[in-house]
Design a protein around this ligand. Structure first.
Ligand code: FEO
Length: 429
């Protein structure tokens, strides 16, 4: 590493363009982001300062715990009374944590944010926020003048919060994108051309942060595409100045990867069955369900034992599947942990509208099936076929019920079955 270019050794602002500085913070020790996302390489919270003839604009802040670093960098390049605008591309606390203090230090500066951000900021500042703060809601086409420089706003909502927007510095062609095009990679060298290939981290970030909202990526890229872009300045990870257009292209590709729902009507439908089995009984049910489903032409069935597996490795398959069935024994009146882990991981992909269902063998009470179904409904899957519970070891008649369940679900995917529940084994045993 060329340490002479390492910004982590001092707290100075770093120029990224003419009159444009990075004033963010490094968080190399972060290992989990938003509770669920592993961040093996830490992250950065990127904030920027743009200087014009009539003053400066600060674009986003940092996580509250990193505020000292942010303020030191800001003070290295500007005085607080020079700040004539605070631009909030995204209000999640990793970017707005230092905002309350910044407002205290620069009370004269209006806050430029999306109309949806106005609603969210109430949650940050509580009572009377809209009345007390100088809020300037902005949309695509609105702009902010710093005298000789213009910041133009682009509405890019739901990437990945409702409030998200991008801000474009006309002339210098710097696009400040919030979380868009970011990644969790902390490196004091700061710029993509100094770091080698980290495209896996960009893809990883997209998969976990943007993928659930990928239908909003296309409209955002359509707004950005006509603009000359020399630098992409995201809110996490390196500043992107080496052929920045390739990041736009990559997002087009990632957003176009089909998640199953809405796939071509001629494509085979897919059913993914996941199970955990304590004594082989739920496993037998899974096999029989798969057998019944596979009899339906035009349906591809895959069965996975979740024991010892990493839930996250199945996300791409689940996103591409049209239906998922989850099988769990009931232990201590609950489904087992690998099933809950899998269900928890579904929060990062779009599963709305897929067909879901549950099954499992049990000894006493058999709550697991109902609990899984409730969670599937909570995730907005459709659960059109009642779950199947079998007491202890399934006999041949019960295995036939499993086959019927599989056939019923497969039939729903191809249009061969009605949608009303036809399998109700909840009282069995
Ligand atoms: Fe980096 Fe959505 O906050």
């Amino acid at each position: 590493m060329d340490m002479t270019r390492d910004v982590s050794r001092h707290r100075q602002a770093v120029p990224i363009g003419q009159g444009v500085h990075w004033i963010g913070a490094l968080d190399p020790g972060l290992r989990t982001f938003d509770i669920i996302l592993h961040t093996d390489y830490g992250t950065t919270y990127n904030s920027y300062l743009v200087r014009g003839r009539d003053g400066v604009a600060v674009i986003d802040t940092v996580k509250a715990e990193c505020a000292d670093e942010f303020f030191a960098r800001l003070e290295s390049i500007a005085d607080y009374d020079e700040i004539r605008a605070i631009v909030l591309n995204h209000l999640e606390p990793d970017h707005s944590g230092a905002l309350p203090e910044l407002i205290q230090r620069a009370p004269q500066a209006p806050l430029y944010l999306s109309p949806r951000g106005v609603g969210l900021i109430k949650g940050l500042f509580k009572v009377g926020a809209e009345e007390a703060l100088p809020l300037k809601p902005v949309r695509t086409g609105d702009s902010l003048s710093l005298g000789d420089r213009t910041l133009r706003f682009l509405s890019t909502p739901f990437l990945h919060w409702p409030d998200t927007q991008c801000t474009y510095l006309v002339g210098e062609s710097v696009l400040f994108t919030g979380d868009l095009f970011g990644c969790h990679l902390c490196d004091g060298r700061l710029f993509d051309d100094l770091l080698g290939d980290f495209s896996d981290q960009v893809d990883h970030y997209f998969a976990h942060i943007m993928r659930p909202f990928k239908q909003h990526v296309g409209p955002a890229l359509d707004l950005i595409d006509p603009l000359p872009v020399r630098v992409i300045a995201p809110a996490h990870g390196p500043v992107l100045r080496d052929r920045p257009r390739r990041y736009l292209d990559r997002y087009r590709v990632l957003a176009a990867i089909d998640g199953g729902v809405g796939a071509s009507p001629d494509a085979p439908r897919s059913l993914a069955i996941f199970f955990v089995s304590a004594y082989g009984n739920t496993a037998r049910m899974a096999e029989a369900i798969g057998e019944g489903a596979a009899r339906q032409p035009g349906v591809r069935v895959r069965i996975h034992d979740l024991s010892g597996a990493e839930a996250i490795s199945f996300l791409a398959e689940i996103e591409a599947a049209d239906a998922i069935l989850l099988g769990s024994p009931t232990i201590n009146a609950d489904a087992v942990k690998p099933i809950w882990d899998l269900l928890a991981s579904l929060a990062v992909i779009d599963v709305r509208g897929k067909v879901g269902g549950a099954f499992g063998s049990y000894g006493w009470s058999g709550e697991a099936v109902r609990l899984i179904e409730e969670r599937l409904r909570g995730l907005k899957l459709r659960v059109p076929v009642a779950g199947l519970r079998i007491k202890l070891i399934p006999d041949e008649e019960e295995l036939n019920a499993c086959r019927e369940l599989g056939a019923k679900v497969a039939g729903l995917l191809t249009g061969a079955s009605e949608t009303e529940p036809v399998v109700e084994m909840a009282d069995l045993g």
